[in-house]
Design a binder for this molecule. Structure first.
Ligand code: IPD
Ligand code: CA
Length: 284
C-alpha cells in the first residue's frame, strides 16, 4: 500500500519540479532583485521565495498538511523548524544555485526529496536551465530523463575529477581550511577540481559518472537530500567528512563513486565546525 502511495508522490514530485523549473527559467529573463541572508554572499531572490511557496502549496494541496511535514530552505530562513521526524517529510530547495541564477551562470536546480521514518524514499533534481530531470527512488535506480545512471568505476584517485564548493562562509579561517583542502587534493594529484555552484547538481554529476566525488562542509539538508538518493541509486556512496556514517542534518558530506575514492579524499579534508541544521530543534 505504502509502496504505491510513495510512487504517486514520486511522480507528482517530478511534475512539481518541472513546473517550478519553468517558473525559474521565466524569472531569469526579468530583472532579479537580490537580498542577502546569513552573509553578504548568501543570496536570496523573490524567485526563491515564490518557487518554494508554489512547490509547498502544490504538495500540501495534494497530500495535506496534517500527515506530511515540510522542510524548505526559505521557510527555515523565516524561522520555520528544521527537524526531521518519522513523519513523511518533504525536503525542498526551490532554487539550488541562487548565486548562479543571479549571475546567469547556467546551473540552477530545483531539489525535492521525500523521507519517511527518517529514511530518504526518493529524490528529484531538475537542472532547469539544462532541462535535465534527475530522479531516483530507493531500490529502483537513478535516472536522468530516461537514461539509467551509473557512477564512474575509477578507483585510482590520480585518475579522478573531484568537485567541491566554497560555500558562503567567508571567515578567513574557514576559507583557509577550504583552500588548504583543495590544494592537498589537487596536489595528490587528481585530474581536476570542479564545481557547478549547486550542490544538488554536483551530486547528479557524481551519479552520472562525470566526476568521482563531491564533498562539502557547510551545505544544508535541502541542498543534498534529493541528490543523496540519486547518488546511492546510481551505485555511489555517502559518508561523513570524518569517514563516519552520513548524517543528513550534519551539514557535512562526501558523496563518491566508491569507498576507495571517498576514503582517499577524507584523508585530505581539513574539517571546520558548522552548526547542525537541526541544532535549534535539539535545544528544545
Ligand atoms: C548553495 C549551493 C552551493 C553550495 C552552498 C549552498 P543555494 O545553495 O548548493 O553549491 O556550495 O553550500 O548553500 O544557496 O544556492 O541554494
Ligand atoms: Ca541550496
Amino acid at each position: 500500500m505504502a509502496d504505491d502511495e510513495w510512487q504517486t508522490a514520486y511522480e507528482f514530485a517530478v511534475q512539481v519540479a518541472r513546473a517550478a523549473g519553468a517558473v525559474i527559467r521565466k524569472a531569469g529573463e526579468d530583472e532579479i532583485k537580490i537580498q542577502t541572508k546569513s552573509s553578504t554572499v548568501d543570496l536570496v531572490t523573490q524567485t526563491d521565495e515564490r518557487v518554494e511557496k508554489i512547490i509547498i502549496g502544490s504538495l500540501k494541496e495534494q497530500f495535506g498538511e496534517d500527515t506530511h511535514c515540510f522542510i524548505g530552505e526559505e521557510s527555515v530562513a523565516t524561522g520555520k523548524p528544521c527537524i526531521l521526524t518519522d513523519k513523511p517529510t518533504w525536503i525542498i530547495d526551490p532554487v539550488d544555485g541562487t548565486t548562479n541564477f543571479v549571475h546567469g551562470f547556467p546551473f540552477v536546480a530545483v531539489s525535492i526529496a521525500f523521507a519517511v521514518n527518517k529514511q530518504l524514499e526518493f529524490g528529484v533534481v531538475y537542472s532547469c536551465l539544462e532541462d535535465k530531470m534527475y530522479k531516483a527512488r530507493r531500490g529502483k535506480g537513478a535516472f536522468c530523463d530516461d537514461e539509467k545512471l551509473e557512477v564512474s568505476d575509477v578507483k585510482e584517485i590520480k585518475k579522478s575529477i573531484i568537485i567541491s564548493e566554497h560555500g558562503t562562509d567567508r571567515r578567513p579561517e574557514v576559507v583557509s581550511k577550504i583552500f588548504s583542502t583543495m590544494r592537498r587534493i589537487l596536489c595528490i594529484p587528481v585530474h581536476g577540481l570542479r564545481g557547478s555552484g549547486t550542490a544538488a547538481t554536483n551530486m547528479c554529476l557524481v551519479a552520472s559518472g562525470a566526476v568521482e566525488a563531491f564533498f562539502e562542509i557547510g551545505i544544508h539538508c535541502w541542498d543534498i537530500a534529493a541528490g543523496a538518493v540519486i547518488v546511492q541509486e546510481a551505485g555511489g556512496i555517502l559518508l561523513d567528512v570524518d569517514g563516519g556514517p552520513f548524517d543528513l542534518m550534519s551539514r557535512r558530506m562526501v558523496s563518491a563513486n566508491n569507498t576507495v575514492i571517498a576514503n582517499r579524499i577524507i584523508k585530505e579534508i581539513e574539517i571546520f565546525p558548522v552548526v547542525r541544521d537541526d541544532a535549534e530543534a535539539a535545544k528544545e
